[in-house]
Write a protein that binds this ligand. Sequence first.
Ligand code: SF4
Length: 203
Amino acid sequence: MINVKRTIDNLKNNGFDVQYFETKEEVRKALLEEIPADSSVGFGGSITVKDLNIYEDLKERGNKVYWHWKAGENESRKEILKNAANADIFISSTNAITESGRLVNIDATCNRITGIIYGHEKVFIVAGTNKIARNSEEALIRIKTIVAPRNAKRLGVDTPCVETGKCMNCNSPERICRATLIIDKQPWGNPITIFLVNEELGY
Ligand code: SF4
C-alpha cells in the first residue's frame, strides 16, 4: 500500500517544497496565486497539466505562456520550446514519484526533463497520488508499462508497445523513450515545488 505521508516527508527531506491538495481545482487556484502576473511561464507536455486548464487561465490573465502543445498553425513549435526553456517559471507533471522522495521521468524531445531540472526561477510539478511508486525500480516499471505505451498510442507513433501495452525495449525510429532522469534531491538554484493532489490525474 502506497504511503502518501511517507512520500511527502521524504520529498521534503530531499529538499523539495511540497504542497498537498484534495482536488485539482484547489491546485489551479494555488498556482494562480503563486505565479506573479508578470512572470513568463513555460510548459512541459502533460495530460495532468492540460486537464487543469491553467495554461488558458494564465493566458487570459496576461502572463506570457509558452506551450508547444498549444502551437497555432502559423507558430513555430521550435520557437515555443525555446521560449518555454527560457521562461521564468516552468510547469509540468512527473511520470512517477517514489516513496523515497525521488522524481522519475522518461522523455523523448527531452524539453520536459531539462525544464524540470535547470534554468528557471521556479518549477511547479503537479501530480496525482496515482503517480506514486514504492521505489525507483517500480517507478520505471510504471513508466514502461503504463505511461510510455499510453503516450505512444496518444502520439500515434509506430512502436511495439502501442500493440502490446508493455515495453519491448524497441529500436524503433519513433521510440519515445530517449532519456531517463531521476532527481534524487532538490537541484541547486532551481527550486521545485510539488503540488501533490489526492486524485487520479493523468497517467
Ligand atoms: S522503449 Fe519503445 S517499446 Fe518500450 S515503452 Fe519506449 S517506445 Fe514503447
